[in-house]
Design a protein around this ligand. Structure first.
Ligand code: ZN
Length: 392
């Protein structure tokens, strides 16, 4: 078993632990202490000098389109798949994969196969069943059965609301699918989250409030994303978060979207905190390999770009360096809060017994220096040590 001791890093667990040594091996964090004695007889221990660097838990990305997505401009605009090393180089070690607009040419079996492939290559990858549309597409025939019987499946999503590309569900339909996910989760010891794509439509989050008002499904069952589309949408989210619903904002953006009023993920975090949101109620997702379509006022497609997983790290840097947000709060947004809200107990923290998912960042620039995922050293000095099977 290969052991590593990462010596002298400034550890954010996410709490600031000061300067510590961290011993990892066999996929787990074995010890965290200010001065570890690493002379373990019979074991091979690689010593990593991390003096002057910051160590954070591997980033947890609650939405990545690992098999690609989109296609809103026709078949030639279907976006490509995610490569393992792109995630590792960005410091993302855990991803939850979803379909999106297109569940006709994209399929859940394909998504599951790709999740297994990326897991084999070193990441930790989970899936949502369903897609934008309702009734939900599934593998087994039911959302509940998918969550109960497919190990990697931890919820349903991203179900689209307030979007012209969605199924225009009413609150009863939305409550039904959330209830299926909830019961599937309860019976299989998973979170059973209903991950919700919130479009740019006028209804914003009103349908979620209707579910809370008229049914027995609590708002904490939902995990809405893209709340950085506008300040008004974010403000409505912050109100609903008081009822226990964690919010997600999208790290991938474009200059055109920002010019049209979208907030960056980092700006959203700052604004939400100023609105009174607790520092463990908002997460960043990459929306990696999604298409980022731009529609004009008439609903016509006028531009198309692709989401990037590197946006998670870019957003971490913007939040910590440009906006000077408290670093523990930033670590929660890119890792800890998503792990908790997704029910991934071994993710999102640096603690004995947790999975050895670790990212070493340059103290000043916060550039990714080294990455371990389930104890495997995937990145060193910003270069990939391991690449995916078909990556050159
Ligand atoms: Zn979406």
């Amino acid at each position: 078993m290969q052991l590593y001791v990462i010596k002298g890093a400034h550890v954010f667990a996410p709490e600031d632990q000061g300067i510590c040594d961290v011993l990892i091996g066999g996929e787990k964090i074995l010890a965290v202490a200010p001065q570890l004695d690493v002379s373990i007889s019979g074991a091979e221990v690689a010593v990593i000098d991390a003096a002057g660097a910051r160590l954070i838990p591997g980033m947890v990305d609650p939405l990545a389109h690992i098999t690609g997505g989109g296609g809103e401009g026709g078949f030639h605009t279907r976006t490509p798949q995610l490569n393992m090393s792109e995630a590792a180089l960005a410091g993302v070690t855990t991803l939850v994969a979803g379909l999106g607009t297109d569940a006709t040419t994209r399929s859940l079996p394909d998504l599951l196969a790709k999740a297994h492939a990326l897991t084999h290559e070193g990441l930790s990858v989970y899936t949502y069943t369903g897609s934008y549309e309702l009734p939900a597409r599934t593998i087994t025939g039911s959302v509940r059965d998918d969550i109960m019987l497919i190990d990697k499946c931890i919820g349903v999503g991203e179900v689209a609301i307030a979007d012209h590309r969605g199924s225009q569900p009413d609150y009863r339909e939305l409550a039904k699918v959330a209830a299926e996910a909830r019961v599937g989760g309860m019976l299989s010891g998973k979170r059973g989250i209903a991950f919700i794509h919130v479009g740019g439509g006028r209804d914003q989050l009103n349908i979620l409030q209707q579910v809370a008002d008229h049914t027995d499904i609590p708002l904490s069952q939902f995990y809405p994303t893209h709340l950085n589309r506008s300040e008004a949408l974010l403000a409505q989210g912050v109100e609903l978060a008081r009822q226990g619903m964690v919010l997600d904002v999208t790290a991938s953006t474009t200059p055109e979207l920002l010019a049209a009023g979208e907030l960056s993920a980092a700006q959203s975090l700052k604004l939400a905190l100023n609105m009174g949101l607790a520092n463990d109620m908002l997460t960043f997702s990459s929306d990696a390999n999604a298409s980022l379509p731009e529609f004009n006022a008439a609903g016509e497609l006028v531009g198309l770009k692709v989401g990037r997983i590197q946006a998670m790290h870019d957003s971490l840097c913007e939040a910590a360096l440009d906006l000077q947000l408290d670093f523990e709060t930033v670590v929660r947004a890119v890792s800890t809060t998503a792990a908790r809200n997704l029910g991934l107990a071994n993710k999102g923290s640096i603690a004995v017994g947790a999975d050895a998912d670790l990212v070493l960042l340059n103290q000043e620039s916060l550039a990714v220096r080294d990455v371990w995922s389930r104890g495997r050293h995937l990145v060193t000095n910003g270069q990939a040590l391991v690449t995916g099977v078909f990556e050159s």
